[in-house]
Design a protein. Structure first.
Length: 328
C-alpha cells in the first residue's frame, strides 16, 4: 500500500515518466579515505584510471544519440587545479558539441565555492553530493577523524551549491552499522528542512577492501531502501528521486522496483567496459562487463517489462527546483 500510494503521488505531482542520466565515471583517483568506499585512497588493490577527453566525448555523444537527455560526470574527489580546469573544459565542450541539448549533473565531491561556481558557469546545472548520514555521530564512524572528512564541510558545500543556483542533490546509505530507524527518519527530515531538489540514496553495500567492509555485512533486504523512497516521495512530492544501481545488487529488478516505489530517475552507465571494474564503491556492482549499448538495451527491456515510460530527450529537471526558483 505504501509503495502504491507513493507512486500515485509521484504521478499526480510530476508525471509517470522516468528520466535518464547517462553516467560517465571519469576517474577513480580520490584524495578521500572514506571507510566504506572501494576507491578510497588507501586501497592499493585497485587500478587507478582517468578517462581521456575523447572517451568522455564519445560517451556524451552516445547519450545524445541515445536520447538520454542528460549525463552525469562522476569521479573520485580531487581538488587540484589541473582537475578543476579539466572539468571546466569538459563541461564547456560537451555543451558545445551537443548544442546544449544535454543536461549536465556533476558528482565530484567537496570543492571550494569558486570551483562550484566555475563549473556552473561552464554549463553544469545539477550537482549531487551525498551526506551519507545526516547524523554527525554516524558520519564520524564511516569517515576518518580528520579535517579532510568533516561533517561541517559537507554541509557547507551543500549550502554553497544551493546558493550558486545548482539543482542540489544529496543522499544517504541505508543499513549502516548502528543506524536506527529513527536515524533514517531524521535523514528524511533533513532532506525536507534543507530543501533538496533531488535525492540519490540506496542500501549500504560492503566492499571487503575497506575497514567498514571487514566488520559489517551490508544490506541484503530491499524492504528499507524501498520504504525510504516511498516515504520521501510522500514527504517531498515534487523532487527528483534516483533509483540507484545499488538496488540491483539485491534484486536484478531493483531499479525498476525503486521506480514503482516512487523514484523517477535512473542513471545507466556509459563508462567504457575496460575500466568499469575499477570503479566499485561497493562489491558486486552490476553491469561491470557491459558496454554502454548493452547497459541501454538491458535497461530498456527491464523498464518495458514493467510498463514504465521513459522521458526521451528530456532533461527532467526537478519540479521542486523550478517552483522554488519562481518564488525567489
Amino acid at each position: 500500500m505504501l509503495h502504491q500510494k507513493a507512486y500515485e503521488v509521484k504521478v499526480a505531482n510530476i508525471g509517470n515518466k522516468v528520466f535518464l542520466r547517462g553516467l560517465i565515471e571519469l576517474s577513480n583517483k580520490c584524495v578521500k579515505n572514506c571507510l566504506y568506499c572501494g576507491i578510497r585512497c588507501a586501497n592499493t588493490l585497485v587500478d587507478r584510471y582517468e578517462l581521456t577527453d575523447d572517451q568522455v566525448f564519445e560517451a556524451a555523444d552516445f547519450a545524445l544519440y541515445s536520447r538520454y537527455g542528460s549525463l552525469v560526470l562522476q569521479a573520485g574527489e580531487r581538488v587540484d587545479s589541473a582537475f578543476r580546469k579539466r572539468v571546466t573544459s569538459l563541461v564547456k565542450e560537451i555543451k558545445r558539441r551537443t548544442d546544449n541539448r544535454l543536461g549536465i549533473t556533476l558528482s565530484l565531491g567537496e570543492q571550494p565555492e569558486e570551483v562550484y561556481r566555475e563549473w556552473f558557469d561552464a554549463g553544469a546545472h545539477r550537482y549531487l553530493l551525498r551526506i551519507e548520514s545526516s547524523n554527525p555521530d554516524i558520519y564520524s564512524k564511516i569517515h576518518p577523524n580528520d579535517s579532510l572528512h568533516s561533517f561541517e564541510t559537507r554541509l557547507n558545500s551543500l549550502e554553497a551549491l544551493k546558493r550558486i543556483g545548482y539543482q542540489t542533490g544529496t543522499g544517504v546509505m541505508i543499513g549502516l552499522p548502528g543506524q536506527t530507524e529513527e536515524n533514517l527518519a531524521d535523514d528524511l527530515l533533513f532532506f525536507k528542512s534543507f530543501g533538496v531538489h533531488m535525492v540519490g540514496m540506496g542500501p549500504y553495500l560492503k566492499h571487503s577492501d575497506t575497514p567498514l567492509g571487514l566488520t559489517s555485512a551490508g544490506t541484503s533486504s530491499m524492504e528499507m531502501p524501498l520504504k525510504m523512497i516511498s516515504l520521501l516521495r510522500l514527504l517531498m512530492p515534487k523532487i527528483n528521486i534516483a533509483s540507484t544501481t545499488a538496488l540491483q545488487v539485491i534484486d536484478p529488478f531493483g531499479r525498476e522496483m525503486g521506480i514503482m516505489a516512487g523514484a523517477n530517475i535512473i542513471m545507466p552507465n556509459m563508462t567504457i567496459s575496460e575500466v568499469r571494474t575499477n570503479y566499485q564503491i561497493y562489491e558486486n556492482k552490476p553491469g561491470v562487463k557491459d558496454d554502454a549499448t548493452v547497459s541501454k538495451s538491458k535497461l530498456e527491456q527491464n523498464l518495458a517489462s514493467k510498463g514504465i515510460e521513459i522521458g526521451w530527450d528530456e532533461w527532467g529537471d526537478s519540479r521542486a527546483f523550478k517552483e522554488s526558483s519562481k518564488s525567489i
